[in-house]
Design a protein around this ligand. Sequence first.
Ligand code: GLN
Length: 492
Amino acid sequence: MTDLHRLSIREISEGLAAAKFSSRELTEHYLKRIAKIDPQVRSYVTVTNEVALAQADAADALRQAGQATALTGIPVAHKDIFCTQGIKTSAGSKMLDNFISPYDATVVAQGKNAGLVTLGKVNMDEFAMGSTSESSFYGATKNPWALDHVPGGSSGGSAAVVAADLAPFATGTDTGGSIRQPASFCGLTGLKPTYGRVSRYGIIAYASSLDQAGPMARSAEDCAYLMNVMAGHDAKDSTSMDKAVEDYVANLNVTTLKGLRIGIPKQYFNVAGLDAAVKARVEESLKKLEELGAVLVEIDLNMTESYVPTYYLIAPAEASSNLSRYDGVRYGYRAENPQDILDLYKRSRSEGFGAEVQRRILIGTYALSAGYYDAYYVKAQKVRRLIQQDFLKAFEQVDVIAAPTAPTTAYKIGASLDPVEMYLGDIYTIAVNLAGLPAISAPVGFDQDHLPVGLQLIGNYWSESQLLSVVHQYQQATDWHTQRAAIAEENA
Ligand code: GLN
């Protein structure tokens, strides 16, 4: 079969079950595509050929023995922020270029238990700080829809591999939009779950009170399959919630669009940098949802102007603390010939971290320092609570909230946005993390340059099934999610 990469996860699962092809054939098919096509996209940091083939053979053996589950033998790509035992885990940084993880992140371990086959580790902004994947030590990943554009970030590699059909689905993490924005830039569906739904154990920390992992795939249905593997309580993560996991695939039709109240925040559609084509596509998608039975309700989210300053205090503050562990002593990059211990710290960190990471460590350290702590960090925490309350008030009126995922489509590589411009591009995604809410991005069309546009739906706590099923029903009635970039049509 030459078109295995065109199958949905359900079709792959059924094909494996009916012995139309084996996991080995499927895995070899993807590895061949990666070898042929990835040099143009540059999405993989590490391709784990041998591991993948061994896991595929093991999956085929399990199936022979009648012990296969729905996902046994299906390949996946992991963002290079998930620790993978015996495999380099770089977080896109020179600091961890030499780091071979001694253990698996819970998400990775759960994937292995479900029989997923690891194709490799994919590129990302350094320590997940960024919106373009250009801050990676390994260089920029290309957007499969237009190779001179970025795939978004920080989970840009995860988005690019799926959009180029170099993996059927991928894991990502989202601290302020890093699943949703690259999904939007690459024409995919991506779900950021409620904080605490997916274990953070073994995920290299950026901002611990905001970080959350989730699935990235072509459709809500494909995401639901991966979500079934990722979600769950984990005693090793004290912030993971001890709450029963739903069957997200079985629940794909739990929510009906008939009478679903979708909140349209006035403030969101008046943001200065909102691109006209993005606005138009999002409005068209809302009209479609209305045709399908939803009711659009105008709402107020009065804290909108505070999102960017609040996030860009809290996230760097937590990052400065989390990244203090990289000292050149315990693991990671170590500067050569240090004169003394201070020189070792200073040069290891100056040489090991890139510019954006250093900028955030500086901002965060400043905001946490004596004298400024109350004025910046504590103040930001108070505003964070107000942002959460703003959402909770809205959810008294509506079931879900609609927004663009990003104000623009994918930037050109090297567009050299200044940092503040880049931060402003996060306006629609970061409040969701500050509030700990779940949200999903789904493709809803293209701009004049045929770059994908994403619609974001924000749900109340633990509404992952609802979000997936709303998007699933939209995708039953539309075909944006089935469209492929030209490079994905190439055969290996
Ligand atoms: N772009 C945001 C940032 O740079 C979000 C990144 C993320 O979600 N990891 O912080």
